[in-house]
Ligand binder design. Structure first.
Ligand SMILES: NC(=O)c1ccc[n+]([C@@H]2O[C@H](COP(=O)([O-])OP(=O)(O)OC[C@H]3O[C@@H](n4cnc5c(N)ncnc54)[C@H](O)[C@@H]3O)[C@@H](O)[C@H]2O)c1
Length: 270
């Protein structure tokens, strides 16, 4: 079912790697809701992934950019505005990577240079994108910016290592930059705290299958899928959520508000 919720809206989508990606699913939903966008990812992701296929299907240009590199972001925003002939209405930050998590390093054995990389890619990039966009005055009033977070920002999940600090920083950036953009430009900034989802980034976390199953049992509605998340992002990019800003929005089937469930009690008792 399509509602044309994003008719006339133009934007920029970071982080679609393959069809499992939250950003990929979101691009498809935005397209079916009448929105237009530019797709971007790192040069290596463009070489390895299938982003051109998505670009063709959605009539969207694909522009390479490392989201930690200010010059790349500047070029990207210039090219995006050239493509649309003006300002944009939404940005999706769907970016995350931790070398420590990839190598299975936990809190007693973090490589601090890698940790800085984690923070730069997964959190600071969000600040950089908004700062460049503000300097270039690239976003229309009532525009909407969304980044993807995870509940490890508030609660401990040992295998999530330094990504927990990255997500806490990401959510903090959404509040502080969200204040600025709301006051100065009437632009909204939110993070969505998503259920574990079977994507490349998700499945790169050691023990992912266990905490996917745990979250499934702990969520009265079950885990929210990447497609469910895409629908929620469409809502946040639409005019139906105009007064929502500076929030970390739980999108987790009820996980974050649940103490224990019958299913878990049964699993522990058996
Ligand atoms: N999958 C989950 O379980 C889950 C749960 C909650 C939140 N999230 C978050 O959702 C977001 C999207 O992840 P996903 O699950 O769709 O996985 P994904 O692996 O499909 O997407 C991660 C993306 O980040 C991109 N990226 C990495 N370094 C980059 C850089 N320097 N510049 C630009 N892009 C870069 C990758 O190329 C990739 O496209 C991430 O922020 C992730 O932490 C995922």
């Amino acid at each position: 079912m399509h509602y044309n919720l994003l008719k006339g809206k133009k934007g920029l989508i970071f982080g679609a790697l393959d069809e499992k990606s939250i950003a990929w699913q979101t691009a498809q939903k935005i397209f079916s809701e009448g929105g237009q966008f530019v797709l971007t990812n790192t040069p290596i992701a463009l070489r390895m992934g299938q982003l051109q296929t998505l670009g063709k299907a959605c009539n969207a240009p694909v522009i390479s950019a490392d989201a930690t590199n200010i010059e790349d972001i500047e070029n990207l925003l210039d090219q995006t505005q050239d493509h649309f002939g003006g300002k944009i209405d939404f940005i999706l930050h769907s970016i995350g990577m931790s070398p420590n998590v990839r190598k299975g390093r936990k809190d007693d054995n973090l490589n601090y240079n890698w940790m800085l990389k984690t923070l730069d890619i997964s959190a600071l990039s969000f600040h950089k994108i908004m700062q460049v966009a503000e300097k270039k005055d690239a976003i229309n009033p009532w525009g909407s910016i969304v980044a993807l977070s995870y509940i490890a920002a508030q609660r401990t999940f040992p295998d999530y290592a330094d990504m927990a600090q990255a997500k806490a920083m990401l959510e903090s950036i959404a509040r502080s930059y969200g204040y600025r953009l709301a006051k100065n430009k009437k632009i909204r900034v939110n993070t969505i705290s998503q259920s574990p989802s079977k994507t490349t980034a998700g499945q790169g976390i050691p023990g992912f299958d266990v905490f996917f199953d745990y979250a499934q049992k702990m969520s009265p509605l079950g885990n929210a899928t990447a497609e469910d998340c895409a629908n929620y992002i469409v809502l946040l990019f639409s005019d139906l959520s105009r007064m929502v800003t500076m929030q970390n929005l739980m999108h987790d089937g009820g996980f974050s508000a649940t103490g224990i469930t019958d299913e878990l009690i049964q699993a522990i008792q058996s």
